[in-house]
Design a protein around this ligand. Structure first.
Ligand SMILES: [Zn+2]
Length: 429
């Protein structure tokens, strides 16, 4: 994930009326404090399942061991998990006692290809795989929320669709689930909201950190082969040297970003890998470059892609080289719906107090495939702070580090916020 972000406390408590279509004043809605107390009481069970998951991380779209743990836990709650056909996803529905709409709560399931070096007694038992982005805690928090909601079916007006998805780390797992019909409910049922939490050591343990609009950015990838004509390094005029062309392109891309992109709608273009040549006296035939494009709006995304192509083709043409530019689209911008965001932040502030609910000034330059769900349903993704209190904010290992340690008590906050957002959303629907 990307740069840090200055936050402000959530002080103006927003209305809880987002999506409200009925009078809820007579409903018996459990208070946020009671949910948090129950989540804290259940924390040992949440920690236990999190540690089981943490020991056996799997990477990608096929996570059979992880899926088996999630399925066992859901069955133990009396739910009927359904398994994905194209991936090892799991869904389950918590049916409320009263009719109403449907809200999706999502947790991702996959680990990262890293070898853990935390020294934790429940560290990964699989070399080359680690839950370094905290997706183990996401599953544990969502299972905790499911238990809280299952105990309150009589207060649920509608249903909660639990979404456990593999392949968040670049494998488009959410899109597979959408393609399999995640949101295609029986006639008369409608998904009116979607909510996800992501844990992070960037923020103090127990806080909720969020922003309306762009929460995370779009992450696309480029691969470029510059084709010149090789020859002797002593006679460059008899060749078309792709190396100075590559150098010029790397610098010109940075100028393109700073001169063509609105500073308040930022973009990052990073060439992260260059490969050309073999030795001191040969001008190579080709140079290869690859990197990433990060943008916080779809408009800037399109502008930067066009700019990259223009710069690459223009500079290659100027030097009689040719360009083979491949653009690989990654996840789109994760856009938090402003009304849903205000509603969910209000629910969190009621539970945790305004000081613990922090609106971020800027998006995070990482990317998320929950963005695909938010393209279809109004909703939001928030962060749960889980930096251990003894860690210095400046040096605490971050998500995607093989030394990252998440503060487990924050999972009670996450479970309670998931449950409260669902209960309130349905009560309002
Ligand atoms: Zn993640």
């Amino acid at each position: 994930m990307g740069t840090g972000s200055v936050g402000t406390r959530h002080c103006a408590r927003p209305t809880l009326a987002a999506g409200r279509r009925g009078d809820t004043s007579t409903m018996n809605i459990p208070t946020a404090a009671a949910l948090l107390a129950d989540a804290r009481a259940a924390l040992p069970a949440t920690i236990a399942v999190r540690r089981r998951l943490h020991r056996t991380p799997e990477v990608g779209l096929r996570l059979p061991a992880t899926q088996a743990i999630v399925v066992d836990e859901l069955r133990a709650m009396g739910l009927e998990p359904r398994l994905g056909s194209s991936t090892t996803s799991v869904t389950a529905v918590i049916e409320g006692a009263r009719p109403g709409p449907t809200i999706v709560l999502r947790a991702d399931m996959d680990g990262l290809p890293l070898t853990e070096e935390t020294g934790l007694e429940f560290a990964s038992e699989r070399a080359g795989a680690m839950h370094a982005c905290g997706h183990d805690t996401h599953m544990a928090m969502l299972l905790g929320a499911a238990r809280l909601l299952g105990a309150r079916r009589d207060q649920l007006a509608g249903r909660v669709l639990l979404m456990f998805q593999p392949g968040e780390e670049g494998f488009h797992g959410a899109r597979f689930m959408l393609d399999e019909g995640l949101l295609d409910l029986p006639a008369g049922q409608e998904v009116t909201g979607a909510f996800a939490l992501h844990i992070s050591t960037r923020y103090a343990s127990g806080t909720i950190d969020y922003r309306p609009g762009a929460m995370l950015v779009a992450a696309d990838f480029i691969r470029l082969t510059i084709r010149g004509r090789g020859g002797h390094a002593s006679a460059p005029h008899e060749t078309i040297d792709p190396i100075p062309v590559a150098a010029e392109i790397v610098l010109a891309l940075q100028a393109m970003v700073t001169r063509r992109v609105d500073a308040f709608d930022p973009a990052v273009v990073t060439i992260a890998h260059i490969d050309a040549g073999t030795t001191t006296n040969i001008i190579p035939e080709t140079a290869f470059l690859e990197g990433t494009i990060r943008t916080a709006s779809e408009a800037t995304r399109a502008l930067v892609h066009a700019g990259v192509r223009r710069v690459v083709e223009g500079i290659c043409a100027a030097h009689d080289a040719t360009a083979e530019l491949e653009t690989v689209p990654g996840y789109p911008v994760t856009l938090n719906d402003p009304a849903f965001t205000a509603f969910a932040a209000g629910v969190a502030a009621e539970m945790l107090g305004d000081d613990a609910v922090i609106e971020l000034a800027t998006p995070i330059m990482g990317a998320e495939d929950f963005s695909y769900v938010l393209q279809r349903v109004p909703g939001a993704m928030f962060f749960v702070g889980a930096r251990p209190p003894e860690e210095d904010p400046a040096t605490a290992p971050q998500n995607h580090s093989n030394r990252v340690v998440h503060h487990e008590p924050a999972m009670a906050v996450g479970a309670a916020v998931y449950a409260a957002v669902a209960l309130r959303h349905l009560a309002a629907g």
